[in-house]
Design a binder for this molecule. Structure first.
Ligand SMILES: C[S@@+](CC[C@H](N)C(=O)[O-])C[C@H]1O[C@@H](n2cnc3c(N)ncnc32)[C@H](O)[C@@H]1O
Length: 402
């Protein structure tokens, strides 16, 4: 079966529009790639540029792939393909995407050998490609057309609407087959789907609450039981923290890696496979530990908090628990989740009950200078500050019932 689908057809027939429509409809998949676009000055077409579909570009002139030097006389700029184009494709691969878009492959890259090699490597890989292929004969374009793993669809004004469902079906099939091969479990995929459809609004709110309450905006942050990474990613957005997403599930982290790539903050986010009972980080190294929704799974909470406190730097803080941000959001999510799962409310009550313990008693042996417990209708958080070692006096015993 062909992994790589290309659209071909006359100018302005709607190939790129069709690709954009497909991307818009594949909401739950991680898509990266490039597009080439026209650059106009005073309504005159001056050139074509290439850009990353995730980021766009403001400096189009620096990334021209072809320039009009005289009326109808065009020169190609292979170096843009070989430098910037190759970099886009390398970054795409690093993000482990479900699909790479190449809109379009034409004749400007006829002398861009590094770029051509990179395109062919991607076509050889397991990651499927959806692209546009120019209706021209060049050795490079012919090589692509003649590959066994490439299927070219002819797009016309008449068939373009009908082709949408054909293309999207084929792409979804290939992506799902690939995900099965990558062995991302259905549980992790289901979790991510529910997060995207229902829980997504809670993460930016909780990240701001954590920032406001802890005032920690620099240094190292560890998100324990990060799942697919949404809270840690939001934390990186509102602070300068370097964030480590730790989870014991490889599948969760594999989806977290896709979310990191989508956030375009790869330089400040990392995944760590590990267990809260044995965090693979040194003593006193972390400025802020955050953890949402994982505490309910920790059978030995004393051991978990001991380990969290071990990695915290003196004076560092932990913000551990679960929540929905605001009561309004909680109510909305509760209604939606109960519709999806008739056991949801019953299970929530069980979960919340399980956290109803005396944290001051639980943590009394640890070097903690301050413990606060927030327990209201929308959230349950244990917020603690590690002592300064020489100042390991008993924790400030204060429970906030907000
Ligand atoms: C309900 S999910 C919450 C995910 C994420 N924090 C969120 O709010 O979207 C709980 C996560 O905790 C992880 N987890 C459970 N027990 C753990 C342990 N002992 N060590 C590390 N991660 C754990 C699970 O794999 C899962 O990803």
């Amino acid at each position: 079966m062909s992994n790589n689908l290309f659209l071909a057809g006359d100018l302005h027939v709607g190939k790129s529009t069709l690709i954009d429509k497909v991307i818009d409809n594949l909401t739950f998949f991680h898509i990266s790639g490039f597009r080439t676009s026209r650059y106009f000055k005073n309504k005159r077409l001056e050139g074509f540029y290439i850009e990353d579909i995730r980021q766009g570009s403001k400096e189009q002139k620096n990334i021209f792939i072809g320039r009009c030097i005289n009326e109808n006389h065009w020169v190609s700029i292979p170096s843009t393909f070989d430098d910037y184009g190759v970099k886009i494709l390398e970054d795409c691969l690093k993000g482990n995407p479900d699909l790479i878009v190449m809109d379009e492959l034409g004749f400007f890259e006829s002398n861009a050998i590094r770029f051509q090699d990179m395109v062919l490597n991607i076509l050889d890989s397991d990651t499927p490609v959806l692209g546009v292929l120019k209706l021209k004969e060049t050795p490079f374009l012919n090589t692509i057309r003649n590959r066994k793993d490439v299927r070219v669809f002819a797009i016309t004004q008449e068939n373009r609407d009908a082709m949408f469902s054909v293309i999207i079906d084929k792409i979804e099939n290939v992506i799902c087959r690939n995900r099965e091969k990558k062995q991302v479990s259905i549980d992790a995929l289901d979790f991510e789907k529910t997060v995207n459809e229902v829980f997504a609004p809670v993460y930016p709110i909780i990240a701001k609450q954590i920032k406001n309450r802890t005032q920690i905006t620099d240094g190292i942050c560890l998100d324990v039981g990060s799942g697919t990474g949404h809270l840690g990613i939001e934390m990186a957005k509102v602070t300068n923290l370097e964030v480590y997403l730790l989870d014991k599930s490889k599948d969760m982290l594999s989806l977290a890696e896709q979310n990191i790539a989508r956030s375009c903050m790869e330089n400040r986010l990392n995944t760590v496979l590990g267990d809260v009972y044995c965090i693979p980080m040194g003593d006193n190294t972390v400025d802020l530990v955050i953890s949402r929704g994982s505490l309910f799974f920790w059978e030995d909470r004393e051991k978990a908090f001991k380990e969290i406190n071990r990695v915290l730097a003196p004076g560092g803080m932990a913000y551990v628990g679960g929540g929905f941000g605001t009561y309004r959001l909680k109510k909305k999510i509760d209604i939606e989740m109960q519709k999806r799962d008739s056991h949801w409310r019953k299970n929530m009550v069980k979960k919340v009950d399980s956290t109803n313990i005396d944290y001051h008693e639980l943590l009394k042996a640890l070097d903690i200078s301050d413990i606060q417990v927030i327990n209201n209708e929308a959230n349950m958080w244990v917020i603690l500050r590690k002592g300064m070692k020489e100042n390991s006096a008993a924790a400030h015993q204060k429970t906030l019932n907000l």
